[in-house]
Design a protein around this ligand. Sequence first.
Ligand SMILES: [Zn+2]
Length: 707
Amino acid sequence: MLVKQQNVPTASPRKNFSSRLPRRNEPEQILELQSLAKLGPSTPSRQNIPSRPNNQFRQNNQPRPVQNVQSQPIQTGQPRPAQASQPRQVIQPRQAVSSRQNVQPGQAQVGQARPNVQPRQNNQPRPTQNNQPKLYRPTFVSNTVAPAAVSSGSSLKICPLGGQEEVGRNCTVFEYDNDIIILDMGLQFADEDMPGIDYIVPNVAYLRGKEKNIRGVIFSHGHLDHIGAAPILLEQLGNPPIIGRKLTLAMIKHRQEDYKRGTAKSLKTINIDSISQKLTLGKFQISFFQVEHSIVDAVGVIISTPHGTVIHPGDWTMEEDPLEGQVVGYEHLSQLPSPRILMLESLGVAYSKERVPVKTTQHNLEMLISEAKGRVIIGTFASQLERITHLLAYAEKIGKKVALDGYGMKMNVKIAQELGYIPAHKNTLISIEEVSKYPENKILVICTGAQGESNAVFARIVNGNHHYITIKKSDIVIFSSSVIPGNERSVQKVKDQIYRLSDNVIHSSIMDVHSGGHANAEDIKKILHQIKPDYFLPVYANHYMLVEAKKLALREGFRDEQISVLDNGNIIKFQKDRKPMVLKEKANTDYVMVDGLGIGDVSEIVLRDRRMMADDGMIVVIATIDAKTGSIIGNPDLISRGFVHMKENRDLIEKTRMKVKTIVKDKNPMTAADDDYIKNKIRNEIGQFLFKATERRPMVLPVIIKV
Ligand SMILES: [Zn+2]
């Protein structure tokens, strides 16, 4: 079990729901779920749950006892007896359990509920728009925590270097006088129109010359869009101290080792041992708050300055019924000093659909695993540590073996095990090579590649390139992931291929087998009312999502001047008693592309060449020329790659050859040959000639050999 650092509860304990429920392994439970599924979607009861006052936040001077992080076995109910007499080889869609049916709090499936949480008040009506607290209006009065005296010229400047125009490359710079701190150093995966590029990192040109002012880099959590660029950027910025929770720092260290062996030990790390920890970085006072997200040790950050208190949850969601730990609320943040500046990840603002509760996902996966007559193969994100943790615990409980596959996934699990977040599961975890040693109904494979990535495990299995696994009709193959925008086609392709191989393919449109880690529109509304910010900066999403978040805030009563939608590189300045101002000056946020070992050496020009070759191929023209006279010797050679098949286009090739001869034919044999002139002439004229003949624009690469 992933035990998040929990605050000592001041609330009454959550009722043990399972005591008034049929056990997880009772057949009637399944029947009930099946019949519910037939009824179609019902009004989700989650909507009726009032937001609960949060007891976690303590005032600055009040020390908070913190429980140790321990790993404990997950209590996921009793193992389900094998149901040999009721074979269910092929999963029918009608048996799918939708979150809309089984998230009723009273039906919580996953075993003994946590003792530390308040009972849900089912009968209490949800506050309507009318009785919601009035929206906070800015007063510009500072309830000083005043970490530093306000000098008249000082200001708080915030500059996002990435994450404002895309999903990924999250990185924000905060400046106060001569102090700089940075939040997150994420990478962005390359688009389809960036052939050969591995990923993109934030451009730190803005910080050149200011490296000595960087007091620290805070990491909100261990996902790659938040830590992926760390090894590269930390090196570029003179290795400033890095701040994060245990798992986050461990993942950065591992990435650093992968980047350059032996360098992780030179990282200067500040571990956030407890969520109540505070630290001072120059004139910034830093404190933290708990957030709900799909990876353990995710943390929200509070940056206090005399000019404003920045509240940044990193990535976040609202889980009304978490698998463990308390329900995380954000109301306590409304007590922070004004002006409060909320920088809110708004990735899910366009999702009005209800989020799938984690309990539903876990329950559905458990049901599929326990009833499987063949192997179960689950594709998910390498970073879905919480889900992997729970699946491992469940497999252990019912005596199945689990093989993990995919470099990132195995590494993440290893790191989490070393930190004690995931038990060793010595009798459950097996290597992928050992899969064939066990009966098929005892095998669960969890692997990467559910995004259709061409070199990941799923794709290798599907294409018959996996050494140890070939999909059989009896296997259950589950896509336990959402499709990242841009990957739709690749995912569809893999899905189609798997449908040819297995009779049991499950994905989110059939059954709720994935819960996202991001808030939706409803959650964003709630958090705005909970935190009551004076200023709202939507962040960590594409531009259209940020604009949608602004519109949503306007509908919720915010005024236009309270909201800023920034682009990458914009600098917004906050000064006491003044309106925030977006400066004319902009930081350079041009792409820094990483290709193999090269960082930033692939320019737009290189990329344009790659795109050109990918679109229409290339043709190499090799002409031998007399160095003295400049006249052509013999016939020029042509090589086509990706343009036309030469054998089938002899006529075109011959005409091109003749054309080259006339182009190169020197008008004045008295002067020496001019290479550049000849090359340009070939490039332009052959380019035009081939376009006329084929309406294609291959790259023309002239090679002149002088003899
Ligand atoms: Zn994340």
